[in-house]
Design a binder for this molecule. Structure first.
Ligand SMILES: *Cc1c(COP(=O)(O)O)cnc(C)c1O
Length: 440
């Protein structure tokens, strides 16, 4: 049998870092990345035959767990009909209908292949529809890797400690203004200074790429109010949260209750059920600026691919109220056990949690007394060195966590009592490893 280490060594000769997406390289936790070869329900199996309880969920898409029978059947049927036609086909509108049924503000939808493409296109559309140039984003929010959105981004940019990215020109970066998340005064200020030139504010519905950072009460509503007042658009990035935090994403837990809607949504991850699909959606009047009805160009050879649509349709059809309440309940159990294990081991921390999405921040004050992380500056100031030993202890005990302290933990509808039990059993030793960790 070829070991994980041998496979990774071979991959490093062929691909930068041996990976196709940087966080997979274990850069911030050290050690050898694990090569997975199959998944079932809440489990992944690596090339050496080791089984893990998976808390990455393919970085979000696996809402129903791996190899959900309805999703696999739907994909098999779609494959049997052909891998793609380069034409319209009925399941595109079926998926669009399911999305609009959950999120009425998604009046019109354009399918794309990745979350990056969704946000990139949403920004172009906002500029095209408003005739303005500047986009405001929040430090630590990750919106994929298009040039203008990489300034002070979260996810791998945070994990690798990069200020942004080489290869992004000053001109591109200068049309993105970055302010701290949850900073109302900064938001007012940026509109006071540049209001006439701001095309859009883009925000993660609730940030989860600098660790989970809840929006303070009313923050999203304030973004909505200020953008409306200045004729700018609000782009609500639900690539991670969409169809995960509630049936209607984080909007379902915020705008739906508070009575507001963004102009544009971006979706990804869950919407494709594990296949490469994402979408932008929003008000008809804005969306109709897209080609062919309008002058803002977007196209895609694989946009709306029938196999991907089949996976998305089957995933949303099976993401029932019971699935959401199951995930919420299991997430609470794991988050509570994580807090107790860390308290028991004497590790200062906060559990950063919004709905079923959560992450841990180390060194932020004893549980219940610290105020936690509210923005990117605070996320970066935590004791990140405690995460590597914690992560590896969990891994050795058969639990596969996201290999970065800045990523959320993902549960699924398939995480049953056995799988959760494995996680709970592993936490005390991992918490002790975090307690013993030394800063470099
Ligand atoms: C994952 C993510 C993206 C990028 O999606 P990709 O499919 O990886 O390009 C954009 N925004 C948010 C909030 C994400 O979590």
């Amino acid at each position: 049998m070829t070991s994980n280490a041998e496979l990774h060594d071979a991959a490093q000769q062929l691909m930068p870092g041996g990976v196709n997406s940087p966080v997979r390289a274990f850069g911030s936790v050290g050690g050898t990345p694990v090569q997975m070869v199959s998944g079932r329900g809440p489990y992944l199996t690596d090339a050496e035959g080791n089984q893990y309880v998976d808390l990455v969920g393919s970085w979000g898409p696996a809402l129903l767990g791996h190899r959900h029978p309805a999703v696999i059947d739907a994909v098999h049927s779609a494959v049997d009909a052909g891998l793609g036609f380069g034409t319209s086909h009925p399941s595109e509108a079926r998926l669009a209908e399911l999305v609009r049924g959950r999120v009425p503000g998604a009046e019109m939808i354009r399918m794309v292949s990745t979350g990056t493409e969704a946000t990139m296109t949403a920004v172009r559309l906002a500029r095209g529809a408003t005739g303005k140039n500047i986009v405001v984003k929040f430090a630590g929010c990750y919106h994929g890797h298009s040039d203008g959105l990489l300034a002070a981004a979260g996810s791998g940019v945070a994990t690798l400690g990069l200020p942004g990215s080489a290869g992004v020109t000053q001109a591109q970066a200068s049309e993105t203004i970055v302010i701290e998340y949850n900073d109302r005064a900064a938001l007012e200020q940026v509109f006071a200074e540049h209001g006439e030139n701001i095309a859009a504010v883009i925000t993660e519905a609730t940030p989860a790429n600098m660790g989970v950072v809840p929006p303070e009460e009313g923050f999203n509503a304030l973004i909505r109010e200020i953008t409306t007042r200045h004729g700018a658009l609000m782009i609500f990035d639900e690539v991670m949260t969409g169809f995960r935090i509630t049936d209607a994403g984080y909007w379902g837990a915020s705008g739906r209750e508070e009575g507001w809607e963004p102009d544009l949504f971006t979706f990804g991850k869950v919407i494709g059920g594990g296949m490469p699909t994402a979408a932008l959606a929003g008000r008809r009047e804005v969306m109709e600026h897209l080609a062919p009805t309008g002058p803002v160009y977007h196209a895609g050879t694989l946009s709306g691919n029938p196999v991907a649509m089949a996976a998305g349709v089957a995933t949303l059809e099976n993401a029932t109220a019971e699935v959401y309440s199951h995930i919420d309940e299991k997430a609470q159990v794991v988050a509570d056990a994580l807090a107790s294990a860390l308290n028991e081991a004497g590790v200062d921390h906060t559990i950063q949690k919004v709905g079923s999405l959560f992450s841990v921040a180390f060194g932020t004050g004893p549980q219940g007394t610290g105020t936690g992380v509210h923005n990117y500056a605070q996320a970066g100031a935590q004791e990140t060195f405690r995460f590597g030993p914690f992560f590896h202890s969990m891994l050795e005990q058969g639990v596969y966590l996201p290999p970065s302290v800045f990523e959320a933990w993902f549960l699924s509808g398939a995480h049953d009592d056995d799988a959760v039990g494995t996680i709970l059993d592993a936490l005390p030793a991992a918490a002790r490893a975090a307690a013993q960790a030394q800063s470099a």
